[in-house]
Design a protein. Structure first.
Length: 305
C-alpha cells in the first residue's frame, strides 16, 4: 500500500500511503466521495447542513468519531466535524485509532510522508510525529498499512478544510490497557505543549459490536440495538465525566465491545491535561438505524472542550 518517491507539494519527495478502504468504506472517486460526505451532513441522522469553517472561537481539544463505512456511521461522524467547523480548523490533527489488523507494534506512529485519499494527499506533521515516537510509541509504519480507523477520518477533514493546509499524526493502538493509555497520554501532552501549532485530537472508535456477527449477545428477548445502546450508555457516561481510567474499567467490567476505548481514554487524558473541562455527546446511533439485522454496531460523536 506504500509507494516511495512521490511528490507532495513544493516538489518535496516523500513516501506515500495509498488509501486502503476507498471503494469499500467510502467511494473511490473524488466526485462520489464529496457527494457522500455532503449526504452524511444532510441526512436525517446528520449535522443538518453543510458546515462552514469559522474563525477559531472555541476551546475544542478533542473529538470521538466513529470509523465504519460512511453509509452506516458517516452521519454520526458529521456531528463531530460540524462541531470542529464551528470551533475553527486546526493546523495539525493527532488521530488515534485502534489496531484491527494485529500488524505492527503495540502502539505505533508513522513519522514520514503522506496519506492519499480520493481527495488528495495529506502530509504528516513529521516534526510532531518524531517527537511522539518515544517510549511506548514505536515508529512503525507497518501497523498502518491496512488499518482503516485512521484513514476514514481524512476525507471528512479534507472536505471540511476546503484546501486549507493541514497535517496529521496517525497513532495506532493495539495496547489499550490503562497503563498504556497513561504512557501515550504523557508523551502526547509533552509533544503538544512543545508545539506552537493549534492541534486537535481525534479518537477514532466505534462503540458496541453486538449480535450474531460478534461475541456480544444480548439477553434473550432483547433487540440487538437496544442492548448495544444500553452497553454504550455505560461507556459514554464515563467519557462525559472525563474519566479515562473509569472508562477502561467499565469497558472491561461490562465486556463492552468498544474497539477504541484506549484511543478515547488517551484523548480524554490529554484533553484534561491541556485544560479541557467539558464533554458533550453530539449524536448517538447504531447501524440498526440504517440496516436492521441480527447484529449492529454503536456509533457516537463526542466533543471535548
Amino acid at each position: 500500500m506504500f509507494q516511495a518517491h512521490v511528490k507532495v507539494g513544493r516538489g518535496v519527495v516523500k513516501p506515500i500511503r495509498n488509501a486502503v478502504v476507498a471503494g469499500q468504506f467510502y467511494p473511490g472517486s473524488e466526485k462520489n466521495l464529496r457527494t457522500q460526505i455532503e449526504e452524511c451532513f444532510l441526512e436525517k441522522r446528520g449535522y443538518g447542513k453543510i458546515p462552514v469553517v469559522q474563525k477559531i472561537r472555541g476551546n475544542l481539544k478533542g473529538l470521538v468519531v466513529p470509523h465504519a463505512g460512511f453509509v452506516y456511521s458517516g452521519a454520526i461522524a458529521s456531528h463531530a466535524y460540524g462541531r470542529l467547523a464551528e470551533q475553527g480548523f486546526a493546523e495539525t490533527f493527532i488521530i488515534l485509532g485502534p489496531n484491527h489488523t494485529g500488524m505492527g507494534s503495540g502502539v505505533s506512529v508513522m513519522t514520514e510522508g503522506a496519506w492519499k485519499t480520493p481527495l488528495g494527499a495529506v502530509s504528516l506533521d513529521e516534526t510532531l510525529a518524531q517527537s511522539i515516537a518515544t517510549g511506548i510509541v514505536d515508529q512503525d509504519p507497518s501497523a498502518h498499512t491496512y488499518e482503516h480507523s485512521i484513514e476514514v477520518q481524512l476525507p471528512f477533514l479534507q472536505y471540511l478544510g476546503q484546501g486549507r493546509p493541514f497535517e496529521f499524526v496517525p497513532i495506532c493502538m493495539m495496547m489499550q490497557d490503562y497503563e498504556a493509555v497513561q504512557e501515550v497520554g504523557a508523551i502526547l501532552v509533552k509533544a503538544i505543549q512543545r508545539s506552537k501549532k493549534r492541534i486537535v485530537l481525534v479518537a477514532s472508535s466505534d462503540f458496541s459490536h453486538a449480535g450474531f456477527n460478534y461475541r456480544s449477545t444480548p439477553p434473550s428477548g432483547m433487540r440487538v440495538d437496544k442492548y448495544a445502546t444500553e452497553q454504550d450508555a455505560l461507556a459514554i457516561k464515563d467519557i462525559l465525566s472525563l474519566d479515562p481510567q473509569q472508562l477502561i474499567e467499565t469497558v472491561e467490567r461490562h465486556t463492552i465491545t468498544m474497539c477504541g476505548s484506549g484511543p478515547v481514554a488517551a484523548m480524554l487524558l490529554v484533553a484534561k491535561k491541556l485544560g479541557g473541562t467539558t464533554a458533550e455527546l453530539l449524536k448517538y446511533g447504531t447501524s440498526y438505524d440504517v440496516h436492521p439485522d441480527s447484529s449492529c454496531v454503536g456509533y457516537g460523536a463526542i466533543a471535548v472542550s
